[in-house]
Design a protein around this ligand. Structure first.
Ligand SMILES: Cc1ncc(C[n+]2csc(CCOP(=O)(O)OP(=O)(O)O)c2C)c(N)n1
Ligand SMILES: [Mg+2]
Length: 343
C-alpha cells in the first residue's frame, strides 16, 4: 500500500518585505500567469505547434528563487520553461516569438516552447528530456567554481539554479549530479518543483521516498522543504541557499510543494486528477496569496494591483503582436546556428 504524503501545514515565514520587493514579486508572478493564459489561447487558435507545457499555479517557485538571485547568475529549466525564462529577464516578446517559431524568438525560432535559451540572460535552456537539464546546470556551476578557483577569476561567483520536477528526481542524473555537486561544493541550487504528478503518474506511487528533500542527506547536502505556493517562503529559503552557494559552502536541494493548475500539456484534457485535489490547490493560489499579504500590510492597494495586472496584460498583448508580425526563419538558413558563429 502506498502511503499518501499529506501536505504539511506550513507556518508562513516571519519576513518583512518592502513595497518595492513585494511589487517585483507580484509583477513577475502576474506576468507568468497572464503569459501562460495567453499561450493557451494562442495554442488553441493554432498559432503554436508541438507540445506546450504551462506553468500556472507554480509561479511562486520561479519568482521566489530567481528573484533571490543576481541577473548574472544561471538558470536552467525543463520543458515547462516559459515562466523561468520570463523571471530570468528574457523579454515576453522574445519568448512569445519563440513559441510562434519566429526568427525574433530567443532561440531564433529553432527551439519552440521546450527549448528556450538566452545567453544574454544566462538561461541555459529548456530541455525536452526529463532531467536533461540537471547535468547541464551542474556543469555551469562547475565552470563558475573552476574559473574562480583554478583560473583566479574573482568575478566568477555566479550561482546556478536548476529547476526540475518530482518525476525527474527519480532519474539517474539527479543522483549522479547531486553526488558530484556535494563532493565538489558546487555553487548550485537544485529546485524540485514537486507538483505531485509526472504526467499521469502520482508522485507517491513512483518513488520510494516521496519526501524528495530528504534525499539530499544521502549526499551530505543541505535539503529543505518549502511551501511552493508561498512566494515569500520560497524566496527566504532561496536567499539562504544562494548565500551558501556564493560563500563556497556548497549546494542545496530545495523541494517546493506546488501544483500545476492545468493539464500536463495543452494536449492533456486533465481528466485524471481528482476534482477535490484540484480545488484544494486552487485555493492556495500563490498570486492571490501575495496580493492579500500586500493589501493586509498596506504595501499596495487592490486598485494598484489591478492597474499592474492591466499593464502586464498590455505587455502580453504586445508580445503576441510582435510574434505575429515577426518573420519566419528563412529556408536557406536551415543549417544556421547548428554550430556557433564568430561574433
Ligand atoms: C527521459 C524522458 N523520459 C520520458 C519522457 C516523457 N515525459 C515527458 S514529461 C514527463 C513527466 C515528468 O514529470 P515531472 O518531472 O514531475 O515534471 P512536471 O511535468 O510535473 O513539471 C515524462 C515522463 C521524457 N520527456 N523524457
Ligand atoms: Mg511533476
Amino acid at each position: 500500500m502506498v502511503q499518501e504524503r499529506t501536505l504539511p501545514v506550513f507556518t508562513p515565514p516571519d519576513v518583512t518585505i518592502t513595497r518595492e520587493e513585494g511589487l517585483i514579486l507580484y509583477e513577475d508572478m502576474t506576468l507568468g500567469r497572464l503569459f501562460e493564459d495567453k499561450c493557451a489561447e494562442m495554442y488553441y487558435r493554432g498559432k503554436m505547434f508541438g507540445f506546450v507545457h504551462l506553468y500556472n499555479g507554480q509561479e511562486a517557485v520561479s519568482t521566489g528563487v530567481i528573484k533571490a538571485m543576481r541577473s548574472d547568475d544561471y538558470v536552467c529549466s525543463t520543458y515547462r520553461d516559459h515562466v523561468h525564462a520570463l523571471s530570468a529577464g528574457v523579454p515576453a516578446r522574445q519568448v512569445m516569438a519563440e513559441l510562434f517559431g519566429k526568427e525574433t524568438g530567443c532561440s531564433k525560432g529553432r527551439g519552440g516552447s521546450m527549448h528556450l535559451f538566452s545567453s544574454e540572460h544566462n538561461l541555459l535552456g529548456g530541455f525536452a528530456f526529463v532531467a536533461e537539464g540537471i547535468p547541464v546546470a551542474t556543469g555551469a556551476a562547475f565552470q563558475s567554481k573552476y574559473r574562480r578557483e583554478m583560473m583566479g577569476d574573482d568575478s566568477a561567483d555566479q550561482v546556478t539554479a536548476c529547476f526540475f520536477g518530482d518525476g525527474a528526481s527519480n532519474n539517474g542524473q539527479f543522483f549522479e549530479c547531486l553526488n558530484m555537486a556535494a563532493l565538489w561544493k558546487l555553487p548550485i541550487i537544485y529546485v524540485v518543483e514537486n507538483n505531485k504528478w509526472a504526467i499521469g503518474m502520482a508522485h507517491d506511487r513512483a518513488t520510494s521516498q516521496p519526501e524528495i528533500y530528504k534525499k539530499a542527506s544521502a549526499f551530505n547536502m543541505a535539503g529543505v522543504e518549502v511551501d511552493g505556493m508561498d512566494v515569500l517562503a520560497v524566496r527566504a529559503v532561496a536567499q539562504e541557499a544562494v548565500a551558501r552557494a556564493r560563500a563556497g559552502e556548497g549546494p542545496t536541494l530545495i523541494e517546493a510543494l506546488t501544483y500545476r493548475f492545468r493539464g500536463h500539456s495543452l494536449a492533456d484534457p486533465d481528466e485524471l486528477r481528482d476534482k477535490a485535489e484540484k480545488d484544494a490547490w486552487f485555493s492556495r493560489d500563490p498570486i492571490k496569496r501575495l496580493a492579500s499579504y500586500m493589501e493586509k500590510h498596506e504595501l499596495a492597494s487592490a486598485d494598484e494591483l489591478k492597474a499592474i495586472e492591466k499593464r502586464i496584460q498590455e505587455t502580453v498583448t504586445e508580445a503576441v503582436e510582435f510574434a505575429q508580425n515577426s518573420p519566419e526563419p528563412k529556408p536557406e538558413d536551415l543549417y544556421r546556428y547548428v554550430f556557433a558563429e564568430d561574433e
